[in-house]
Ligand binder design. Structure first.
Ligand code: NAD
Length: 551
């Protein structure tokens, strides 16, 4: 079968743009994905569909689906078509949700083997992944926040050590150089290093640690930004740097440490040996992976003790280390709590849009609109200017911007108008990461150490999905699984199509206001000052049950 790429241009294969848009989004996640043959988009096992039969059935159904029908998808497999109405979602899906006590990684692997389930990642099975750009800005915002909090506003001359150059981790070198730093990325697969160099995210590569450190030293001294891919295993390189007394300023890791079977490669292993043991001795492979993670996290803790800013970048590495006896692994904070919570409290998070025509000019025009009409928003203006310069087009042209409550609606309505007047060459799909204010519970990433102790309460993403369905979104998804594939997280995703119609105006305004409104309410409920301020400033209709007038 030919390699799948997203359709471009104005010709419809479906009965309307809403269906066509979702079909192109599905094709686009595969076009941008890591291993199309396996339908894998990123993070070792995050898939766009259950299997190829399911994929083809989804495509055929979207092509014949009427506007007043809804396609129901269960863990990447199309289940049926429901007669709904033209304001109902075109697609609803639930991916990898397993009941509490059964939600273990062993059960996940078993159900997956039986063909009953896939893990959807956050944006893979919900067809919202736009390539590495999606995480570039998140990573860039983390680095900028670290610069502001710890280095007087700039990372020039600072040395960031990290690992993993996969689907998500591949964004790290570009985000690092955009932030002005020198970044060393340890990666066990040469093919992954080459891929990041090919797309322009990574500058140099070597398999020689001495050479890598020399480059880092020279660039740091000259305060020049640089990214280096070092072929090696993080569980070997991190402790070696400790032994040599090399001290980075910032340390993290974005290997697939959440997955001991298909993700993290133990020290001393080649990729071939890992593949072989996956079949012949999976228990040994997982035990070795966990032991290596423990070694790596021990080194990260030592970097921290020696004064580096060390953080968990959302890959569950600390939990794996704890299970292998590194009791203080949680001395390393998670990035959301350490750097991003004030933004999420105002529902400022990873909003994104995709030019369904395939014309990069559409994204440029939206960039220009933003630079002109959001000029007082420093975070967005700074990012859009850099993204224009550094972020290559991957798949359908797309852009991400950290907008909050009200601003997302303002932008989306303006874009819908640009579609209507023909200023843009085709419709635009809006979505966001699931890791957003009101749409994710992950007690070890998004909601760790919440002020009110509500870290593990997953009512919020479920409410989010229900509200977005009621608000007429085009696609709504509920996911579970996450790190370790067990019950570590629940999240909800949403996609909307700006096709230039009045109905799209209604869908965009209602859904985007409610999506972010619930996010602000979630943080206000937990007692965050920024969220309470946002409620007052933006007139969000939160019910405060502690007020006397309720009595
Ligand atoms: P991926 O599977 O595409 O890539 C992981 C990379 O790590 C691979 O290239 C692999 O070769 C490399 N690797 C594995 N073991 C290694 C080792 N011991 N030393 C060096 N390299 C090693 O995964 P991805 O999509 O890049 O995601 C990575 C992790 O980040 C996942 O756990 C994912 O869940 C997490 N993630 C977090 C966020 C966030 O919230 N910040 C966002 C996206 C992904």
């Amino acid at each position: 079968m030919d390699r799948i790429t997203a359709a471009r241009g104005g010709e419809l294969r479906c009965k309307g743009w809403r269906q066509e848009a979702l079909l192109r989004m599905l094709e686009n996640v595969l076009e941008n994905g890591e291993n199309q043959k396996e339908l894998t988009v990123y993070a070792a096992l995050a898939k766009a569909a259950r299997n190829w039969d399911s994929y083809h059935a989804i495509v055929n159904t979207l092509k014949s689906l009427e506007e007043d029908e809804t396609l129901v998808i269960q863990s990447g497999k199309p289940i049926g078509i429901m007669r709904t109405h033209k304001y109902a979602p075109i697609v609803v899906m639930a991916n990898c949700n397993i009941v509490g006590r059964w939600a273990t990684s062993d059960n996940f692997y078993k159900y997956q083997e039986q063909g009953l389930i896939v893990w959807g990642g956050l944006t893979a099975a919900a067809w919202q992944y736009i390539g590495s750009q999606g995480v570039i800005q998140g990573t860039y915002e983390i680095f900028q926040s670290i610069a502001r909090m710890h280095f007087g506003g700039s990372l020039a001359g600072k040395f960031i050590l990290t690992a993993g150059l996969g689907g998500m981790g591949g964004a790290q070198p570009l985000a690092g150089t955009m932030a002005g730093a020198v970044i060393l990325c340890v990666e066990v697969s040469e093919a992954r290093i080459d891929k990041r160099i090919e797309v322009g995210y990574l500058q140099k590569k070597t398999d020689n640690l001495d050479e890598a450190l020399q480059w880092v030293k020279e660039a740091s001294e000259k305060k020049e930004s640089l990214s280096v891919g070092l072929l090696g295993n993080a569980a070997e390189i991190y402790p070696e740097l400790i032994r040599r007394g090399v001290q980075p300023d910032v340390v993290t890791d974005q290997t697939s440490a959440h997955d001991l079977m298909y993700g993290y490669i133990p020290s001393g292993y080649s990729l071939e040996k890992a593949a072989e043991l996956r079949k012949s001795a999976p228990d040994q492979l997982q035990a070795d992976a966990r032991a290596s993670i423990a070694v790596e996290v021990t080194a990260m803790l030592e970097f921290q003790r020696r004064g580096a800013i060390v953080f968990d970048n959302g890959n569950n590495i600390r939990s794996q280390a704890v299970q292998n006896g590194v009791e203080n692994a949680f001395d390393i904070p998670v990035f959301t709590e350490a750097f991003l919570r004030p933004l999420f409290s105002r529902a400022i998070g990873p909003f994104r849009w995709v030019a369904l025509s395939g014309d990069p000019g559409d994204i440029q025009k939206i960039d220009q609109y933003i630079l002109k009409n959001f000029s007082d928003n420093d975070v967005v203006v700074n990012w859009i200017s850099l993204a224009n310069q550094y972020v290559p087009v991957e798949g359908l042209p797309a852009r991400i911007g950290w907008f909050g409550h009200g601003d997302r609606t303002k932008l989306a309505l303006a874009v819908n108008e640009m579609v209507k007047t023909g200023e843009l060459s085709g419709p635009i799909a809006f979505s966001r990461d699931h890791l957003d204010a009101g749409s994710m519970t992950h007690p070890n990433i998004m909601t760790e150490n919440m002020k009110d102790g509500s870290d593990a309460i997953s009512d919020w993403p479920l409410l989010n999905a229900m509200i977005n369905c009621s608000s007429m979104a085009d696609l709504v998804a509920i996911h579970s699984g996450g790190g370790g594939y067990s019950g570590y997280m629940t999240s909800a995703g949403v996609t909307l199509v700006a096709d230039g119609t009045a109905d799209a105006d209604l869908r965009l305004k209602t859904t985007l206001d409610n999506d972010t409104g619930l996010g602000v309410m979630r943080y206000a409920d937990a007692g965050y000052e920024e969220a309470l301020d946002e409620v007052n400033k933006k007139g969000i209709r939160r019910i405060d049950t502690t007020l006397k007038e309720n009595e």
